[in-house]
Design a protein around this ligand. Structure first.
Ligand SMILES: [Zn+2]
Length: 249
């Protein structure tokens, strides 16, 4: 141990071990630690898409590494309008992108989703390069993490009273053509007598505590507009989406 190289090596190893103790997984002192090998990192169950409402990916990167007017924010990924993909937070960690949110009766989407920000000012179309990169990323994430492909949601879906991103210009049909998210099938049939469109909304996952906000989110996604009251044709779309959901059960 007197050799200088050995001594330095020992000190480094000691430092690494101590750092591991300091930052390692906490073990509850109230219990005996009897580790089991049968575990894995907790996995996300959904993917939440956003637009940044900013002018550049550089500006968005800065905000997602610091804070916005409401406090610190982040997302797992940011996709520039040139198609470049940035990762800011490990998929195993909880990023701060969804805020107060609820889907299918479960709140706090941050705890069970991957957040993807799209560099878009909220008024412009989404670029081809960006959508191509998004589709590649969705294929990758859903495959590796075992997230069901229909669980690709809009921020506006899960926080309908507070958020409206991504905008009505987002190409949900294109995503559905690639197998992500839900979309109405080409030939819709009239719903049977007694069909309840609100029940269908609830089955899809919408939080109905503010029904007009939920309707705006539904229309933004499936009709490309932000209407807050029922539109002709909504019943047939919801009946079709309900049938698709029931067939997945
Ligand atoms: Zn958002």
């Amino acid at each position: 141990m007197s050799h200088p190289v050995l001594r330095v090596t020992f000190i480094l190893l000691f430092a690494i071990v101590m750092a591991g103790c300091a930052t390692g997984l906490p073990r509850n002192p109230l219990a005996d630690w009897q580790p089991s090998p049968n575990h894995e990192p907790r996995r996300a169950r959904a993917i939440v898409l956003h637009h940044t409402a900013m002018d550049s990916a550089e500006g968005a990167l800065h905000t997602l590494q610091t804070e916005n007017s409401g406090g610190p924010v982040s997302a797992h990924y940011l996709i520039g309008d040139d198609g470049r993909v940035y990762q800011l937070v490990s998929e195993q960690q909880r990023a701060w992108h969804a805020g107060g949110s609820r889907w299918a009766g479960i709140s706090d989407l941050n705890s069970w989703s991957i957040g993807i920000e799209l560099d878009n000012d909220g008024a412009e179309p989404f670029s081809e390069a960006q959508i191509r990169s998004l589709l590649v990323l969705l294929e990758d994430i859903t495959g590796r993490l075992g997230i069901q492909r229909h669980m690709v949601l809009a921020h506006g879906d899960v926080a309908p009273t507070k958020k409206d991103d991504p905008s009505a210009l987002f190409p949900w049909q294109r995503l559905a053509d690639a197998g992500f998210g839900l979309w109405q099938r080409e030939h819709l049939s009239a719903p049977p007598a007694g069909f309840d469109p609100w029940l269908a909304m609830r089955l899809l996952g919408y939080d109905l505590r503010d029904r007009s906000a939920a309707l705006a989110a539904f229309h933004r996604r499936y009709r490309g507009r932000d209407e807050r009251t029922w539109l002709p044709g909504d019943d047939a779309i919801l009946y079709d989406l309900q049938q698709q959901m029931l067939q997945m059960q």
